[in-house]
Write a protein that binds this ligand. Structure first.
Ligand code: ATP
Ligand code: MG
Length: 175
């Protein structure tokens, strides 16, 4: 359905990276495309997208990997690395076997930035991506090699964020 299929990358410090990927999933589903929305470093059960994506029907699948707590850079554990590698194995297979028209790898940039995953296998999978699959990579601090490899790169630039006023993630808006 998608012809060649491209690699999209959403990065930057401003709000909207995961939201944009969810919006694309919504649009893809509305066009009858299948979607695999795979989240790295997000194991908690209180993300609105879990139930939200389920509303889009059987062609949209959602997979979470990672522990159910936020981790900080430099504080990743062996368990975090193991879970990220499992997530990547799932993602790599999905791309190679064309499991879905749209494969979203949410926060994979952070997983690489945090040292949970090496960039090399991701770059190899993108380079040998079969036609017909659109891949979306999201997350802050995208590795330069990902920016280089992607066909579309959007940087969400923070002009203002209420996080600075002490407003943390709210159900329905940030999670
Ligand atoms: P969204 O999911 O709303 O589209 P995003 O994917 O662009 O956002 P992430 O980098 O994934 O943004 O950020 C996740 C969370 O980090 C946000 O829900 C927010 O509460 C928090 N956050 C936002 N800005 C900052 C900041 N400047 N420093 C630390 N944490 C922030
Ligand atoms: Mg995000």
């Amino acid at each position: 359905l998608l012809g060649k299929g491209y690699v999209q990358l959403y990065t930057g410090n401003g709000k909207g990276k995961t939201t944009a990927a969810l919006g694309l999933a919504l649009r893809a589903a509305g066009n009858g495309l299948s979607v695999l929305f795979l989240q790295f470093m997000k194991g908690a059960d209180d993300y609105g997208e879990i139930a939200g994506l389920a509303l889009l029907g059987a062609k949209v699948r959602h997979v979470q990997t990672g522990r159910d707590v936020l981790i900080r850079k430099g504080e990743a554990t062996e368990e975090d690395m193991r879970l990220a590698r499992e997530g990547w194995a799932r993602a790599e297979r999905a791309i190679r076997e064309k499991e879905a028209d749209l494969v979203v790898l949410d926060e994979i940039n952070c997983a690489v930035d945090f040292g949970l995953l090496p960039a090399g296998p991701v770059l190899a999978a993108l380079a040998s991506k079969p036609d017909g699959v659109e891949v979306v990579l999201t997350g802050r601090n995208a590795p330069g090699a990902f920016v280089e490899a992607a066909d579309l790169v959007t940087e969400m630039r923070e002009v203002k964020h209420y996080y600075a006023k002490g407003v943390s993630a709210r159900a329905g808006i940030e999670r």
